[in-house]
Design a protein around this ligand. Structure first.
Ligand code: ZN
Length: 369
C-alpha cells in the first residue's frame, strides 16, 4: 500500500509504502491538492468516549470496542484508557475488564489516582473517600488485574511515600506523572529526582487560589525533565496560560491529552464517570452533576490540535508532534517514536486543515476510517 501527501511535521512531499509496518517514506513530486500525512495520534488520558465509561467494570467488551472505533475516527490510533480514583476493588475490576478487550488502539492503561492530593482543588472531581497514600502492594494488585499493561500512573508527590513509590514504578518500566496535587517545590523536585517525567493536565486540579511564588505550576514549567500534558478544549485552561505554558515547555515537551469522558461525542445529558454522575452541558463542558466543577472533557483529539494551533499559535508541525512522537516517546511506545520512519508501525492519519478534517486512518497498515 502507498499513501502520498505532505509530511505534517517536516513539510516534505512524501510517498509512504507500508503493509503492517512502514517500508519506506520517500520524497515525491508535490501535488497541489495533496493532504497532510501524520503518524497515528496517541492519547495518554481518556476515561471514556461515545457514551461508554472505561471506568465501568461492567462495560461490555462490545461497547468498549465501539468507543475505541469512534476514537479512531478522531485520528487517535493508540490510547491509554484511564481509570480514576475509586475503591481498590473497583479500580482492579475496571482494569481487569479493560484488559479483556482485544483492540489494536489500546496501548496500555493509565491509572490517574488513587494516590492524589486529598484537598479540594488538587483532588478535582475524584471522590475524596477513596484518596489514599501510595502503596506498592496495591500497585502490584492493579498491575496484575491489568495483565501488566499499566504504562502510566499519575501520583501526587506530597505523600512521604511518593519518591520511593515513583522510583519503584519507573524501575518497573511504568512512566510516572505528577498530577492532582498541591505539592510544594521540594516535593516536586523529589518526585522528578525519583523519575517522574510528566505533569498530568498541567493547570488543572491544582489549589485555588495559587500563591504568586512559590507556585507549583511555575515549578513544573521550569523543570525541563518534565513534559506537560494539556487539555486544549478552550474550557479547562485560560488561553494566556496555555500559550505561555507551551512556550515554556517547548515543542519537544508538550503533549495534548483529551481527558475525554463518556459524554464525548454524545448529545448533552447525564452520564457516568467511575462512581460519579456527570452532565454534558450545552456548551460542551463535562461537569459533576448539578455543579459547575469540570470532571473530564468532551474533547476530540483532532479538535485539540486545531485548538492548540489557534489558541497557543503553535504551528502544525508542533501540534502534530504533541500528539504523536512526544507522547509515544514518553511511554516508549515501540514503533511509534520516530514519526513515519521505515520500521515504524503503519499507523497513519491522512487529513486536511482549516478546518481540521480527518480523511483516512490506518492502524497497523489496515484502513480503519
Ligand atoms: Zn484529572
Amino acid at each position: 500500500m502507498i499513501c502520498s501527501g505532505i509530511h505534517a511535521v517536516t513539510g516534505e512531499s512524501i510517498a509512504v509504502e507500508f503493509d503492517r509496518v512502514i517500508h519506506s517514506a520517500r520524497p515525491t513530486q508535490a501535488s497541489l491538492d495533496a493532504p497532510y500525512l501524520a503518524p497515528g495520534f496517541v492519547d495518554l488520558q481518556i476515561n471514556g468516549f461515545a457514551g461508554v465509561d472505561f471506568n465501568d467494570p461492567n462495560a461490555s467488551l462490545e461497547d468498549i470496542g465501539r468507543a475505541l472505533d469512534a476514537i479512531l475516527a478522531t485520528g487517535v490510533t493508540r490510547c491509554l484508557p484511564t481509570v480514576i480514583t475509586g475503591s481498590p476493588d473497583a479500580m482492579c475490576a475496571s482494569l481487569r475488564n479493560l484488559a479483556r478487550v482485544r483492540h489494536g488502539a489500546i496501548a496500555g492503561f493509565h491509572i490517574e489516582g488513587p494516590h492524589i492530593g486529598p484537598d479540594d482543588g488538587p483532588r478535582g472531581a475524584h471522590p475524596a473517600r477513596w484518596v489514599r497514600p501510595p502503596d506498592l502492594d496495591e500497585f502490584a494488585r492493579m498491575q496484575d488485574a491489568a495483565d501488566g499493561r499499566i504504562r502510566l500512573a499519575t501520583v501526587s508527590p506530597h505523600w512521604p511515600e511518593s519518591p520511593r513509590y515513583i522510583a519503584a514504578l519507573v524501575n518497573a518500566g511504568v512512566t510516572v506523572a505528577i498530577g492532582h496535587t498541591g505539592a510544594n517545590k521540594t516535593q516536586i523536585a523529589a518526585a522528578v529526582d525519583a523519575g517522574a517525567t510528566l505533569s498530568t493536565h498541567l493547570g488543572n486540579a491544582a489549589p485555588s487560589p495559587l500563591p504568586k511564588f512559590p507556585n507549583l505550576l511555575l515549578d513544573q514549567l521550569a523543570e525541563d525533565r518534565l513534559t506537560a500534558g494539556f487539555i486544549a478544549d478552550g474550557l479547562h485552561l485560560d488561553d494566556a496560560f496555555l500559550r505561555v505554558a507551551v512556550r515554556a515547555k517547548g515543542p519537544a515537551r508538550t503533549v495534548l491529552v483529551t481527558d475525554a469522558a463518556a459524554p464525548a461525542g454524545m448529545a448533552p445529558g447525564s452520564y457516568r464517570l467511575g462512581e460519579l454522575d456527570v452532565d454534558l452541558t450545552a456548551d460542551d463542558r463535562v461537569v459533576l452533576a448539578g455543579t459547575s466543577k469540570l470532571a473530564g472533557s468532551a474533547l476530540r483529539m483532532d479538535r485539540a490540535i486545531a485548538n492548540l494551533m489557534r489558541i497557543a499559535q503553535v504551528p502544525l508541525n508542533g501540534a502534530i508532534s504533541a500528539v504523536t512522537t512526544n507522547p509515544a516517546r514518553l511511554i516508549r511506545l515501540q514503533g511509534l517514536t520516530n514519526g513515519l520512519a521505515p520500521g515504524d508501525c503503519a499507523d497513519l492519519v491522512v487529513f486536511r486543515t482549516l478546518p481540521m478534517r480527518i480523511e483516512a486512518v490506518y492502524l497497523n497498515g489496515e484502513r480503519v476510517v
